[in-house]
Design a protein around this ligand. Structure first.
Ligand code: ATP
Length: 617
């Protein structure tokens, strides 16, 4: 606790930013009740903390009070026995207070950490139930902040707010009672001088805090520059566009601004420290002066020891007064913190898992769309009246211009989103009525953007089915045309793929993710072919992997290459969210519609480098 002459440790905590003032949370009974619900399981430990605080705060003031007795009865009274007794007592009480303080900190941290553990788990579970819409429309940084620093903030709420209020109130009350008991005139003098210390401290705090805020903003900007320029893709961009000098000067400018701010902040702290120390010594001096006058002129019962005690107690009051003045800020901040956390926990779960009592037999992977309408935003329909039916063992190809809604159609099958109107059936059951886990375990998706974890090839493969054997893994990799590549790596299956699989080429990543889906062995396979150009060898390898993949398996291909399209039994042409044509390649080319247009302008063939040439195997 800060005594006189020590700047308060609350520089950073005592003020609200403009934004915090604007977004002051509304504290309702329901909010308090909800916070209380988190504390409730730990009420026994909290009661123990309260007892510890009462004892340790009272004990910690005792040595100051005993100082009077040491001086009056021991030193001036000339009693060696009393002198030793009070010294030992004083030391014992200090030690006792500190030991109880340790127990209190442990309990406090334990409670806070357990509450945070509960909240983090609850939040993680909840976020995992959020739909893709949530993840695509929220800022990723914001999600992480709520999971980490917001919940971490609970620690300081528990450790600072309620315990500090209590210990400060107790310290102040005991100190005041003891002071008034000794001498009411000096006690009043002491109270009068408290603002002389507290006000400059608060002014100092504000200035320093403002500088800290500015430094923080500057620091954020520096971090932004570092993140942008020193990341893998950022550096690539910098190098390719020759922006090294530009980025250096941007960084250098911010770096310079930062040192200026840091110097000012440090010096501001120093100057205010001088002022605060001066003001804080006024209190004791005033007590000595008034005490001396009283003792020498009017009140012979007042002793040197009494005056010393009063001065010591005054010193113990500055810190608590200062901290209690911050309570409102702490309170608003902690309410804001909980409000932010609850805001996320209250986000409705869009794709609800209703465990309908269906007992599906072996899945066939059949899919039916019945008059399906869908929009990412309610007022802008992306899919309009989609009807399709995919029978067991069949393969359909979805083709269409970019942005026509092909990926959106397939997203509705594993319920990444729910339809706005109409039904999607899986094996004849409305997907909304199937257990989500069951549904997703039977739908395998190879997405356009392959996502690999920064782990070994083996770990990435086993993510699909942890219990798969080595032999099954090899089989799937062979089918996906990636086994030879893996075998050539010095570490084989234990080769690390790098951050997001960056150590692999686009084609290798895609083949690996095909192998991963094969290992899952879904009854319905969805393959969203990458639009990005691959060289003819890579394309050929992927092509060879796809054909056995879709043989005897119900599948949907979102195809951009003629060779993939030709592998399907039926082709559906999607345009502006509608299926405008359907049939076989020959039928559609002859019909002379959208498909024919696409065929002539967009479909590419491996190896030919030409568009629109019939595939010759
Ligand atoms: P491509 O062949 O380029 O992958 P696509 O036919 O698969 O295109 P979709 O990805 O289904 O097209 O997108 C259809 C439309 O929906 C586009 O206009 C796109 O901008 C929009 N869209 C896609 N995802 C979202 C999203 N998460 N939120 C809002 N709009 C989206």
């Amino acid at each position: 606790m800060p005594g006189p002459g020590r700047p308060s440790g609350h520089f950073a905590r005592g003020y609200l930013t403009e934004e915090e003032k604007k977004n002051r949370p509304k504290v309702t009974f329901a909010l308090l009740q909800r916070i209380f619900a988190y504390l409730k399981p730990y009420w026994k430990q909290m009661a123990l903390v309260l007892i510890c605080i009462v004892i340790s705060s009272s004990f910690s003031l005792m040595p100051s009070i005993l100082t009077g007795k040491i001086i009056d009865e021991g030193l001036i009274g000339g009693s060696m026995r009393l002198l030793i007794l009070y010294i030992v007592l004083s030391l014992g009480l200090t030690l006792g207070s500190n030991l109880i303080g340790v127990a209190e900190s442990y309990l406090n941290t334990w409670i806070a950490q357990h509450i945070m553990y509960d909240m983090r788990n609850q939040m993680f579970r909840h976020l995992q139930n959020m739909s893709q819409r949530f993840f695509t429309s929220s800022n990723q940084g914001d999600i992480i902040t709520r999971m980490t620093s917001d919940i971490d903030g609970v620690q300081s709420v528990i450790a600072n707010t309620y315990t500090s209020i209590l210990s400060n109130v107790i310290t102040l009350s005991v100190a005041l009672i003891a002071m008034f008991q000794k001498n009411w005139i000096l006690a009043l003098c002491g109270i009068i001088v408290i603002p002389l210390f507290v006000l400059p401290t608060r002014m100092a705090g504000r200035t320093r805090w403002e500088l800290t805020q500015e430094a923080q903003a500057c620091n954020d900007e520096i971090n932004g520059i570092l993140n942008e320029t020193l990341s893998v893709s950022g550096q690539l961009l910098v190098k390719l566009f020759g922006k090294e000098d530009y980025e250096y000067s941007r960084y250098e400018q911010m770096n310079r601004k930062m040192i200026g701010l840091n110097i000012r902040e440090r010096m501001a702290g120093r100057w205010f420290f001088v002022i605060i120390s001066t003001f804080s010594s006024i209190g004791p001096m005033l007590l000595y002066l008034v005490g001396g006058i009283l003792m020498m002129r009017y009140d012979s019962s007042l002793t040197v020891g009494d005056i010393t005690v009063l001065v010591a107690l005054l010193g113990r009051m500055y810190g608590p007064v200062n901290q209690l003045l911050n309570i409102q800020v702490d309170w608003i901040r902690s309410m804001a913190l909980f409000t932010r956390i609850f805001e996320y926990l209250d986000l409705p779960v869009e794709v609800k898992n209703i465990r309908y009592p269906v007992s599906p037999k072996k899945s066939r992977g059949e899919v039916t769309f019945e008059q399906v309408w869908f929009g990412y935003e309610p007022d802008r329909m992306i899919l309009k009246n989609i009807n399709l039916s995919l029978k067991s063992g069949q393969c359909i190809a979805l083709v269409g211009p970019s942005g026509s809604g092909k990926s959106t159609i397939v997203n509705l099958i594993p319920r990444l989103y729910d339809t706005s109107k109409g039904r999607v059936l899986f094996d004849g059951h409305d997907v909304k009525k199937l257990d989500l886990h069951y549904l997703r375990s039977h739908v395998g998706v190879v997405t356009q953007e392959t996502y690999l974890f920064n782990a070994s090839i083996r770990d990435n493969l086993l993510y699909a089915r942890p219990e798969a054997t080595e032999q099954e893994m090899i089989e799937c990799c062979k089918k996906a045309n990636i086994y030879d590549f893996i075998r050539q790596q010095p570490e084989g299956f234990d080769t690390l793929v790098g951050n997001r699989g960056l150590k692999l080429s686009g084609g290798e990543k895609q083949r690996l993710s095909i192998a991963r889906v094969l290992l899952k062995d879904p009854s319905l396979l969805i393959f969203d072919e990458a639009t990005s150009a691959l060289d003819s060898v890579s394309e050929r390898l992927i092509q060879d992997a796809i054909e056995p993949l879709i043989k005897n398996r119900t599948s949907i291909l979102i195809a951009h290459r003629l060779s993939t399209i030709l592998a399907a039994d039926e082709i559906l042409v999607v345009k502006e969210g509608e299926i405008v044509e359907r049939g076989t390649h020959d039928q559609l080319v002859n019909a002379g519609g959208t498909y024919q247009e696409l065929y002539e302008t967009q479909f590419t063939l491996p190896g030919t480098g030409q568009n629109g040439q019939p595939y010759k195997g």
